[in-house]
Design a protein around this ligand. Structure first.
Ligand SMILES: Cc1ncc(COP(=O)(O)O)c(C=O)c1O
Length: 405
């Protein structure tokens, strides 16, 4: 089947609710299993040379094949995951990568070439900053940073050399929200491609390609897999971006293992249930935190009068479980103690799993931010609200906040 035709078939199937789609797709009808097989393969066998060559020609023509000619391109397991994600993201195609960060790299490296400029929102994930500032410089690609709180600033930073506008929404750790519709319209009027890191919301709460973004990146390590036991990334593209990303993916050799693809499929079955629960529990935890004097600010789109809430409401159907707190204190060790004494929040990186986490975020982790500053007595603690009972999480937070001096 041609890739455009199979895209059409998936779109027809999508008339059902996404919740149903996540349960009914990716079956193995041949062995009558409700889940796809894990096909581990480097070599893929053909009956004759003629069959092998015909298959390669079909792939070159862009046909949507059920298997590839070599394991690096994927196996039935990764093909099934791609189909599931194409439905979820409403994407022309979805590329799979071994980590979320390699998905960021695949998207950016597919588009930028020597002499180009990438206009990028200040507040992206720290390694994305390093990739664009440090690595792209080596290839004569200039990273131009804009203030995510000022659309005019983005407008002013566009030049004839701009090839890509790169957004992470909301901003990493600091959760500033942008007017995404305006970003897309601006880019379209100047014929510039757009990419967004959508890991925080996932395509369950916001579908960037539907709004007009060309590329949507998600770290599947987080909510897509949801169980903190696998790493992976996804790059969803529309027809316009497809060829460029396909080519770079082809020559760079990124590959997600079939075992990891299987775990991500398993996680996606319950994405809706988990995301709804993360959202509901986070709301309860925030309702508690906003009554706490020691918490001076909550970075999350919850305050109905705020710009963040209005922009979130305009584009998103829900919010996830990642939130930051600003705690004012002249005693950093007491804020460390708040984090250290939490019993139900593990101290560690990543998020999007079933469990709650807390991490004190240093300016180093925030990166070289041009438009966000913490005062000397302000401390940022990032929480991931997991699937535990919110009442227990609130009581844990209440006990540990007592240590903040
Ligand atoms: C917003 C965002 N994008 C991308 C990544 C990278 O994902 P991974 O850890 O799977 O490489 C992360 C990781 O924390 C992230 O927070």
């Amino acid at each position: 089947m041609d890739i455009a035709l199979s895209y059409f078939v998936i779109k027809c199937f999508m008339k059902k609710s996404i919740k149903t789609f996540l349960k009914t797709a990716a079956k193995d009808y041949l062995s009558r299993s409700v889940n796809p097989p894990v096909v581990r393969a480097s070599t893929i066998l053909f009956k004759t040379m003629q069959e092998l060559r015909k298959h390669q020609k079909d792939i070159a023509k862009g046909k949507d094949v059920e298997h590839w000619d070599y394991g690096r391109q994927g196996t039935q397991t990764t093909v099934q995951l791609q189909k599931l994600l194409r439905g979820l993201e409403e994407a022309y195609q979805v590329f799979l990568t071994p980590t979320g960060f390699s998905a960021v790299a695949l998207a950016i490296m597919s588009i930028c070439r020597p002499g180009d400029e990438i206009v990028i929102s200040d507040g992206v994930y720290r390694p994305t900053q390093k990739l664009t500032d440090d690595l792209l410089k080596e290839f004569n690609v200039k990273a131009v940073w804009y203030n995510p709180n000022k659309f005019e600033d983005l407008k002013n930073k566009i030049t004839k050399k701009t090839k890509l506008i790169y957004v992470e929404n909301p901003g990493s750790n600091t959760f500033e929200m942008q007017d995404l519709g305006k970003v897309v319209s601006l880019a379209k009027s100047k014929n510039i491609l757009t990419a967004i890191d959508n890991t925080w919301a996932t395509a369950y709460f916001f579908k960037p390609l539907k709004l007009g973004f060309d590329i949507a990146i998600t770290s599947a390590t987080k909510y897509y897999s949801g169980h903190s036991d696998v790493m992976g990334g996804t790059v969803a593209v529309n027809k316009k971006a497809y060829k460029k990303v396909w080519w770079y993916n082809h020559v760079s050799g990124y590959r997600l293992s079939p075992d990891d693809a299987y775990l991500i499929i398993r996680g996606l079955r319950t994405l809706d249930v988990r995301m709804d629960k993360h959202q509901a529990s986070t709301k309860k935890v925030i309702n508690f935190l906003k009554t706490q004097k020691k918490v001076s600010k909550i970075l999350y789109p919850y305050k109905t009068s705020s710009k963040e809430f209005k922009l979130w409401k305009k584009y998103y159907s829900g919010a996830s479980g990642l939130v930051s707190l600003i705690i004012k204190s002249n005693n950093k060790n007491s804020v460390y103690k708040f984090v250290n004494t939490l019993e139900l929040f593990g101290i560690g990186y990543s998020w999007g799993g079933f469990e709650s986490l807390a991490v004190y975020t240093d300016p180093v982790e925030l990166g070289n931010r041009r438009y966000f500053k913490l005062e000397k007595n302000e401390h940022l603690v990032r929480l991931h609200i997991g699937l535990e009972e919110p009442k227990d999480l609130i009581s844990d937070l209440r006990s540990s906040l007592k240590f903040v001096k």
